[in-house]
Design a protein around this ligand. Sequence first.
Ligand code: 6GU
Length: 225
Amino acid sequence: MKIDIVTIFPEFFGVLDVSLLGRARQSGLIDVDVHNLRDFTHDRHRTVDDTPYGGGAGMVMRPEPWGEALDSVVVESSVVIFPSPAGEVFTQATARQLALEPRLVFGCGRYEGIDQRVIDSTRSRARVREISLGDYVLNGGEVAVMAMIEAVGRLVPGVIGNAASLDEESHEGGLLEYPSYTKPARWRDLDVPPVLLSGNHGAIAAWRLEQQLERTRRVRPDLLS
Ligand code: 6GU
């Protein structure tokens, strides 16, 4: 999978070199290029924003540098993602869809957003999605893109050694995950639930499902409807 990121804060993405995704990058499964939007400006001050037409607070990102930046990375097979609190909500289903794509482009907006013509004109050339992480506001798309890349990247075949571990997680089966325990069996007066030491695989599976249901009812009843 090839991932291109356009941002005015390329330093944000240094952390992609570490951990699981860092290894996926080294092995060539995922190839990430980060592009500085200011490299596509032509004025002395490398200006990327201006005041909004119609008035209002904040600044809007000008279309010209975005046009040039996207021209340099978008191809017909790209899915272009604009992180935005005004977008559709990102879910595990979104991550699964994006993990099947050969090329993703992330356009990170700052300030009050990007001139809408950039998004509209990109739609005539490639598939475009405006995607939100949830119902709260971040200062820009960078942190949201980091989360999306981690969620998508770990679903790319070969990135996670044990593919079976993907199936049992929260949000894959529609229920939250059951609680996990490891040694020692007693720690600070707290025992591991005895059923997990019983060796009875049927009883363990039934206990885990009950835990999933109880936890989901308690903290995420919306998932059960
Ligand atoms: Cl994708 N961007 C911004 N700026 N804020 C957000 C978001 C995205 N998702 C939730 N809040």
